[in-house]
Design a protein around this ligand. Structure first.
Ligand code: 2DT
Ligand code: MG
Length: 214
């Protein structure tokens, strides 16, 4: 990263299951490392923490939890990493994150919880400098070898999740950029689209880390 008072960029990737998020995040990580950026890759839910283990069990349908309780745990799982995200950014690292608060809203609101209620616990989390939404239709996502066995990996659920994501995109402020990439196209073209968005951020960004929806 170049000198001056720049900090690392916070880049979030969002999308439906089977949208190619994890593949693209891995490719982006490699490219950022090649571009010589210090970079950290995170994934939410982080299933390795105490809260994450509870979330993992819920997603595998090994346990049941009230919809609001699991929603708050997903949010708490971000809050437990919030200060380390901020420290990494201030120390000049690029932070790349596979899912974030937007998935939190999208999946819980798709289950029928009120949108504003879902957003509330994530207010004030470190805000991404850009969120890349890998947009794919649930039909096309399904064609990619089918969904897995986890809770939520069903076409009807994914359809509702996509609608909430679209609402989130339309309500995101210009400073907290939400960029839609066509994830249904050839995988290498998706990689190139993503790189065009990220490349200007590799050398860091000016100004303090902002906070979500403040
Ligand atoms: P992965 O398939 O990416 O492991 O995600 N989810 C995720 C929520 O319901 N709320 C959240 O806050 C987050 C981050 C999306 C596992 C599933 O968990 C859902 C899919
Ligand atoms: Mg999944």
């Amino acid at each position: 990263m170049s000198a001056g008072n720049k900090r690392g960029a916070f880049i979030v990737m969002e999308g439906l299951d089977r949208s190619g998020k994890s593949t693209q995040a891995a490719r982006l990580l490699e490219r950022l490392q090649r571009a010589d950026a210090r970079v950290k890759l995170l994934k939410f839910p982080d299933r390795t923490t105490g809260i994450g283990i509870t979330i993992d069990s819920y997603l595998r349908s090994e346990s049941e939890l009230d919809d609001r309780a699991i929603h708050l745990l997903f949010s708490a799982n971000r809050w437990e990493l919030a200060s380390s995200i901020e420290e990494s950014l201030r120390a000049g690292s690029t932070v790349l994150c596979d899912r974030y608060a937007f998935s939190g809203i999208a999946f819980s609101a798709a289950k029928g919880l009120p949108y504003e209620w879902c957003r509330a616990p994530d207010i004030s989390l470190p805000a991404p400098d850009v969120t890349i939404f890998l947009d794919i239709t649930p039909e096309k996502a399904k064609q990619r070898g089918g969904y897995g066995e986890e809770r939520y990996e069903k076409e009807e659920m994914q359809r509702m999740v996509r609608e909430v994501f679209q609402r989130i995109g339309s309500e995101t402020s210009r400073e907290q950029r939400w960029v839609v990439v066509d994830a249904g196209q050839d995988i290498d073209l998706v990689t190139e689209d993503i790189w065009r968005i990220v490349e200007p951020l590799v050398s860091g960004v000016l100004g303090p880390v902002t906070r979500l929806w403040e």
